[in-house]
Design a protein. Structure first.
Length: 202
């Protein structure tokens, strides 16, 4: 994959890429997109500024657009876990920028903020949820974050989350995705991670 048009993106998304100064896919994008679009699990290791967020985000947008419309309480189709509030907010900004033209609905959840507004974002159906491990688990346990439709489970800065001691939280999220997908699909879900793509930064 040598140019953005090869990805089948809409013209507004291509224009957003141009405005950001991207003229051609970065190495991790050129290698990661075909694998992500084929439904394979992906582990990506790249330096900050290499475009790794778009490596997982743009294939996710393509997948979301191809899905049936969300019903109230549905979603997310994409769950992104990040180690810090700051990174989660940065990812949401990218979701806003590149998902707006496709009417992708996203929200960001993290500790230290009230539960109410975060929970209300789930009620009408949500395409993408970006959050920190602990707050995602809180919402899963409270019943607001439903994971039966998750098709892309992304761990951004997975190595940092492991170094920060989030292994148990990550495994709880994996287990919840697997269990809820299995329940929704009548036991037909994939293994741990539910067949999701995973992205890790250096």
């Amino acid at each position: 994959m040598t140019q953005f048009s090869d990805l089948g993106l809409s013209q507004p998304v291509l224009q957003a890429l141009d405005l950001k100064g991207y003229t051609e896919p970065t190495p991790i994008q050129a290698q990661g997109w075909p694998m992500a679009l084929s439904g394979r699990d992906v582990v990506g290791i790249a330096a900050t500024g290499s475009g790794k967020t778009l490596t997982y985000l743009l294939p996710a947008i393509i997948h979301i657009v191809a899905q049936p419309e969300l019903k109230p309480g549905d979603g997310p189709i994409v769950l992104v876990i990040a180690p810090t509030r700051e990174l989660a907010v940065q990812i949401k900004v990218e979701c806003d920028k590149f998902g707006r033209s496709s009417e992708i609905k996203n929200t960001c959840v993290y500790g230290g903020a009230p539960y109410g507004p975060q929970e209300r974002a789930f009620y009408n159906g949500i395409d993408v949820v970006v959050g920190t491990p602990g707050r995602c688990i809180d919402h899963i346990e409270r019943g607001g974050l439903k994971l039966g439709r998750v098709a892309h489970l992304i761990l951004d800065e997975a190595d940092q989350m492991l170094a920060m001691g989030f292994r148990d939280d990550m495994e709880k999220v994996f287990a919840a995705v697997h269990e809820q997908r299995a329940a929704q699909q009548g036991g037909g879900a994939g293994g741990a991670g539910a067949g999701a793509g995973a992205g890790a930064g250096a």
